[in-house]
Write a protein that binds this ligand. Structure first.
Ligand code: HEM
Ligand SMILES: *[C@@H]1O[C@H](CO)[C@@H](O)[C@H](O)[C@H]1NC(C)=O
Ligand SMILES: *[C@@H]1O[C@H](CO)[C@@H](O)[C@H](O)[C@H]1NC(C)=O
Ligand SMILES: *[C@@H]1O[C@H](CO)[C@@H](O)[C@H](O)[C@H]1NC(C)=O
Ligand SMILES: *[C@@H]1O[C@H](CO)[C@@H](O)[C@H](O)[C@H]1NC(C)=O
Ligand SMILES: *[C@@H]1O[C@H](CO)[C@@H](O)[C@H](O)[C@H]1NC(C)=O
Ligand SMILES: CC(=O)N[C@H]1CO[C@H](CO)[C@@H](O)[C@@H]1O
Length: 328
């Protein structure tokens, strides 16, 4: 008689942690039943007014989750005592509107259910709703994340992929966190929306090499357009180009068709289309949006549970940009 019970207990330990760190879709069903509606309404209002919001939040979500897990550590502002992730170099181009919508939703939820909803859950849910609103796939968001108790300015530089990395280094930033090359290619389809500042690709369009002014793998028409757009970027660093020249604000699979045709802005985008480890996956997604959407949805779901903190490993922040206990 005791044997089945023993077996059940024994088996249930790994099953619980494998099932997503105690996250559940209905975590706030009783404690904050308006959670989903508050996020949805704010997403609709903000995205309608400021169409760049979706890309900004999607990138913020990726940077937060890939830096010590999805724990809103990226939202912490630096103070006199410590410098937060938000001030790390790779974050400097994160859109202010992305932080703004998270703050708005948090403020609204603090009125209806004070101290209940974590900032990291707000980021996960807001990202999903925005991706859906601009035409991307739907996926279920599990809830119950806690917010981090630390935010370290040196972390983003070490954990995030950067445009000047080799394909080996880029792949390492994903596989070292348990993401496959296929998941990496699917997630990077996020570059179907949003902007890139000129400095990220200027080396590809001006003085590229001794023999060629521009990277010869780039489409010459794109090069000409970017040279014109970016001519004053050193005086005006805020100049930015659409990531996806075909359908800049629609979430679709155009990113993959672009990079196969020399229309990728970043050198890492171009490498995705040429490296033998990634090109076959790019070709599938370029030809089949359904396949891309399925894999993107699964990979976003996985990203949204990466390194999540639950229970006493975190807190529900009262303000997303500050820890509840400020250093003395
Ligand atoms: C493969 C490695 C990646 C590299 C090297 C990379 C690099 C970059 C860079 C340099 C920018 C331009 C930032 C700026 O100038 O403001 C950018 C934009 C963006 N990235 Fe990535 N990225 C990568 C993967 C991803 C992934 C996996 C996601 C999300 C799942 C993502 C989402 C975005 C979005 C949405 C934007 C546009 C942001 C905006 O318009 O505000 N990226 N990325
Ligand atoms: C921040 O991260 C760096 C590198 O991982 C580490 O050396 C440093 O001790 C951390 N700082 C704090 C305050 O945790
Ligand atoms: C991160 O890397 C960039 C570029 O390599 C550098 O300029 C910046 O100072 C670094 N930031 C930190 C906090 O290490
Ligand atoms: C390109 O390089 C040449 C020679 O080194 C230099 O004179 C020129 O100013 C550079 N142009 C740009 C746009 O950086
Ligand atoms: C770049 O700057 C020059 C001189 O300041 C100005 O005449 C020109 O219109 C600017 N071009 C763009 C695309 O902003
Ligand atoms: C596209 O991908 C989906 C999902 O993987 C698959 O079911 C479908 O057969 C594919 N369509 C084509 C035309 O290959
Ligand atoms: C969007 C955002 O908060 N960006 C911050 C990045 O870091 C700079 C420099 O410290 C801040 O001024 C920005 O506010």
């Amino acid at each position: 008689m005791a044997l089945p019970i023993f077996l059940f207990l024994f088996l249930s330990i790994p099953l619980v942690s494998a099932a997503g760190h105690h996250l559940t879709p209905d975590y706030y069903a009783r404690s904050c039943p308006s959670f989903q509606a508050v996020v949805r309404d704010n997403v609709y209002t903000k995205q309608s007014a400021v169409p760049s919001t979706a890309a900004g939040v999607l990138r913020l979500f990726f940077h937060d989750c890939f830096t010590d897990g999805c724990d809103a550590s990226l939202l912490i502002s630096s103070n006199a005592y410590s410098k937060g992730e938000r001030d790390a170099e790779p974050n400097l181009s994160l859109s202010g509107d992305a932080f703004d919508i998270i703050t708005k939703i948090k403020n609204s939820l603090e009125l209806t259910c004070p101290g209940v909803v974590s900032c990291s859950d707000i980021v996960a849910q807001t990202t999903r709703d925005l991706v859906k609103m601009v035409g991307g796939p739907y996926y279920e968001v599990l809830l119950g994340r806690k917010d981090s108790l630390v935010s370290n300015i040196s972390k983003p530089n070490q954990t995030l992929p950067a445009t000047d990395m080799s394909m080996d280094q880029i792949i390492f930033q994903f596989t070292s966190k348990g993401f496959s090359i296929k998941e990496m290619v699917a997630l990077t389809g996020a570059h179907t929306i949003g902007f890139t500042h000129c400095k990220e690709f200027s080396h590809r369009i001006y003085n590229f090499s001794a023999t060629s002014d521009a990277d010869p793998t780039m489409n010459p028409k794109l090069v000409a357009g970017l040279k014109k757009l970016c001519q004053n970027y050193s005086q005006n660093p805020s100049i930015a180009a659409f990531n996806d020249v075909r359908s800049p604000s629609k979430f679709d699979n155009a990113y993959y068709r672009n990079i196969l045709n020399g229309l990728g802005l970043l050198s890492t985008d171009s490498m995705m289309s040429t490296d033998p480890r990634t090109r076959p996956i790019v070709e599938v997604y370029a030809a089949n949006q359904t396949a891309f959407f399925q894999d993107f949805a699964d990979a976003m779901h996985k990203t949204s549970t990466h390194g999540v903190k639950t229970g006493k490993k975190g807190e529900v922040r009262l303000r997303c940009d500050q820890f509840n206990n400020l250093p003395m």
